[in-house]
Every structure is written in C-alpha cells, then in structure tokens.
Design a protein around this ligand. Structure first.
Ligand SMILES: [Zn+2]
Length: 123
C-alpha cells in the first residue's frame, strides 16, 4: 500500500482554507463599501453578515485543527485517537487528515457535545 503523505494533504487543506477566507474578507470589504451609500434592508444585511461570520468562524476553526494536525504529523500522536488511544483508520485519515478521534469516539464526542456534556473547544 502506498504511503500517504498526510503532511502534504494537510498543507494543501491549509492553503485552500486561507485562500477561501481571504476571498471572503475581500468580498465583505467590497460589500460594506457599496452599502455605505445605501441603507438597504437592515434585516437582510445582518442575516448576510451572520452567514459570513459563521462560515468564517467554521473555516478558522477547521484551519486551526489542520494546523494542529500538521504539528502532530511525524510524531507518535498523529493518527492516534485522542479519546481511546487506538489507531485511526487510514481510510478515515485519507478523508479527514486532521482527524483527532476514531469514528467511534468522534460519534461519542459529538453526542456528548449535543447534550451539552462536553464543552466546545475554545475559539
Ligand atoms: Zn477512539
């Protein structure tokens, strides 16, 4: 089986996210400038900004996870579930190279978060 270069996959993802985020920031500046001379529909405006901020927040969160994973690549920690200590499957890592948990633990963590038992990670 060919050895996957996770570090390259992670660097690619990091580049994509940064590019996407800077495009969005530029688009937002343009939108704001256009709005300066036009009051527009305020509720629509705040809704658009909420979507933008929320999307940007998710992307910066993902970027941080990708950066963290880059720091783990090449160490014993990389590819090991941080919950149960088992190896994360190669199939999962190929799809989600920044995965911190195996599929089973990811489900458990998500369920605990949904019930409010597990604090969200710091932003
Ligand atoms: Zn696990």
């Amino acid at each position: 089986m060919a050895k996957v270069n996770y570090s390259e996959l992670l660097r690619e993802k990091s580049r994509d996210l940064r590019a996407s985020m800077s495009v969005q920031s530029a688009a937002q500046v343009v939108t704001r400038t256009e709005r300066a001379s036009d009051e527009g529909d305020l509720s629509q405006q705040s809704n658009e900004e909420w979507i933008f901020l929320n999307r940007n927040r998710l992307e910066s969160k993902l970027l941080r996870e990708v950066e963290e994973a880059l720091g783990r690549v090449g160490t014993e920690e990389y590819g090991v579930c941080q919950e149960c200590g088992e190896a994360i499957s190669a199939k999962r890592l190929a799809a989600v190279p920044w995965a911190k948990y195996c599929v089973t633990c990811q489900d458990l963590v998500s369920q605990r978060r949904a019930r409010g038992e597990e604090p969200e990670e710091e932003d």
